[in-house]
Design a protein around this ligand. Structure first.
Ligand code: ZN
Length: 256
C-alpha cells in the first residue's frame, strides 16, 4: 500500500466546517486500531500506545482526507510556530504548538485530549494553519501570534481567513481554580460560572481581535469531557486512569 492509495471509503467519523473548502477533518476517537486505554483512533506517539497502531491510525486519517503526508508536533503548550516548506515525508517536529504551510498535500495534525485545535484556511494566499490551544495557549494568545506570522510570512489578510474550532473542553467542564494566576485579567470576564471559562468564546474573541470576521469562524461546540467519543485528559484523570489517547484535527491544502 502506498501513501497515495485511497481505494476504499473511510469509515472514520469526523466533523467538517462548511466554511472551509480545503481538505480538513476534526476526528473523534472511534474506528481506529489502538487497544484500551488508547481505543481506538489514538494519533499520538507520545502517550505509550503501540507505535504501529498509531501509524495505522494516522494512515487512516490521511486516506480519509486524500493526502499523502502529515506534519505534526510534539506539543508543549507553548507559543512556538513552525512554518513548513519542503516536507518530503511524514514529520514530527519538537516543541511547537502551531503549524503553518503553503505546501499542498501536507496535512497539519493537532493532537488533542481536551485542548482546542484551531484550523485556519487562507483561500486567497493559499495557506493553512493549525493551532494546538489549551488554556495556556489562550493565556499567551497563540492564535493572534499565528495570524501575525501568517501575515508576515505569507501576506495573509485576516479578513480573508476561515476558521474552525474543534471539539474540546467546553464551558461546562473548563474549570480553572487558579485562574487569577493563570489567565490574563483581560479574559477573566469569559467566566461563565464559578471558576469555569468559555474558552471557545475566548478563542473567538482572540480571532476577532486579530481581524477575523465573526462570520468566518465555526465552532463545533462539542465538549470532549462530556462526549465519550473523544479522549479527555480531565475525564480520565477524574476516573483515576493513568493514560489516555489523543484524537486529532487536520487541515491541508489540496494537491491540485
Ligand atoms: Zn463538558
Amino acid at each position: 500500500m502506498t501513501d497515495f492509495e485511497n481505494s476504499f471509503p473511510s469509515t472514520l467519523q469526523y466533523r467538517r466546517s462548511r466554511l472551509i473548502e480545503s481538505p480538513h477533518a476534526m476526528f473523534n476517537r472511534l474506528k481506529g486500531t489502538s487497544p484500551s486505554p488508547y481505543a481506538s483512533l489514538n494519533l499520538s506517539y507520545g502517550v505509550g500506545d503501540d507505535p504501529q497502531c498509531v501509524a495505522a491510525n494516522r494512515q487512516r486519517t490521511k486516506q480519509a482526507l486524500g493526502i499523502s503526508l502529515l506534519l505534526s508536533a510534539k506539543q508543549v503548550h507553548g507559543e512556538k510556530i513552525y512554518c513548513a516548506q519542503d516536507i518530503a515525508k511524514n514529520t514530527e517536529v519538537e516543541g511547537y504548538d502551531a503549524l503553518i504551510t503553503s505546501q499542498p498535500g501536507v496535512g497539519l495534525l493537532i493532537q488533542q485530549a481536551d485542548c482546542q485545535a484551531i484550523l485556519i484556511h487562507d483561500p486567497v494566499r493559499k495557506v493553512v494553519a493549525a493551532i494546538h490551544c489549551g488554556w495556556r495557549g489562550n493565556a499567551v494568545n497563540i492564535i493572534g501570534k499565528t495570524i501575525a506570522e501568517m501575515r508576515k510570512r505569507y501576506h495573509s489578510d485576516a479578513s480573508s481567513l476561515l476558521v474552525a474550532i474543534s471539539p474540546s473542553l467546553g464551558p461546562c467542564c473548563a474549570e480553572l481554580i487558579n485562574y487569577r494566576q493563570e489567565l490574563p485579567e483581560q479574559i477573566h470576564h469569559f467566566q461563565v460560572k464559578k471558576s469555569h471559562f468559555d474558552f471557545w468564546a475566548i478563542s473567538k474573541h482572540q480571532l476577532a481581535v486579530a481581524g477575523v470576521p465573526s462570520g468566518h469562524i465555526d465552532v463545533v461546540g462539542i465538549c470532549s469531557a462530556c462526549d465519550r467519543n473523544y479522549f479527555s485528559y480531565r475525564r480520565s484523570k477524574k476516573k483515576g486512569e493513568a493514560a489516555t489517547g489523543r484524537y486529532g484535527s487536520i487541515i491541508a491544502l489540496p494537491l491540485t
